[in-house]
Design a protein around this ligand. Structure first.
Ligand SMILES: [Zn+2]
Ligand SMILES: [Zn+2]
Length: 212
């Protein structure tokens, strides 16, 4: 079983997700956006151990809380990121463009790749490589319950911006069509910003990429 706690954190209202197997108490944070102590407290209140930080991509507003979480944990959580976003990670997630200087926290040591499986207790996630918003963007699909944590690839009736360094519209559109629209229509999309949606709704109503 998977438990999901969601937070809206930081200067650009980023969604962070604390996910856990309540039986084994193993937890991971998908995009520790900001205010690491808030996420940490939610885990501690439930007796969960945060062992991993999984980044959909390395923008500052998705990793800004990592250092605070890591500072409070021993052993340190393992950080996972696609290698094509390492340059962005080293550059502080591009925060300086927006006037934010963040501590990016522990160095990523696990390289995501297409099709990789992530385990959290009895739960298994599939990594899907979805560049376009950044060069190393990935989403995490949880097939057992048809949930996809999709970062800044696609939002409810919108898509991730492609005007920042490493962004590319044709690549983003291709990622959505091949990695999101191929999932079952009822799949819940938990995005990096805004409210949740489903694959079926976006195929029908997304004004940027749809099947219409
Ligand atoms: Zn982003
Ligand atoms: Zn974002």
């Amino acid at each position: 079983m998977l438990e999901i706690i969601s937070f809206i954190l930081g200067p650009v209202s980023t969604n962070a997700y604390l996910v856990a197997d309540p039986d084994t108490k193993e937890a991971a944070v998908i995009d520790p956006a900001w205010d690491g102590r808030t996420i940490l407290k939610a885990a501690q209140d439930r007796g969960w151990r945060i062992g991993h930080l999984w980044y959909t991509h390395a923008h500052f507003d998705h990793i800004g809380g990592a250092a605070e979480i890591a500072d409070a944990l021993n052993p340190l959580p393992l950080v996972a990121l696609h290698p094509d976003d390492h340059v962005l990670w080293r550059a502080g997630g591009g925060g300086s463009l927006f006037g934010f200087d963040i501590d990016p926290g522990p160095e990523p040591t696990i390289d995501f790749q297409q099709g990789m499986k992530l385990k959290l207790g009895s739960n298994e996630f599939e990594v899907r490589y979805t560049p376009g918003h950044t060069m190393g963007h990935c989403v995490f699909y949880f097939p057992k319950e048809n949930i996809c944590f999709c970062g800044d690839l696609i939002f409810r009736e919108s898509v991730g911006r492609t005007d920042l360094p490493g962004g590319d519209w044709a690549t983003l559109e291709n990622s959505i069509r091949t990695q999101i629209f191929t999932l079952p229509d009822e799949t819940r999309l938990l995005s990096g910003h805004g409210s949740e949606t489903t694959v079926g709704e976006e195929k029908q109503f997304n004004p940027f990429v749809n099947e219409g």
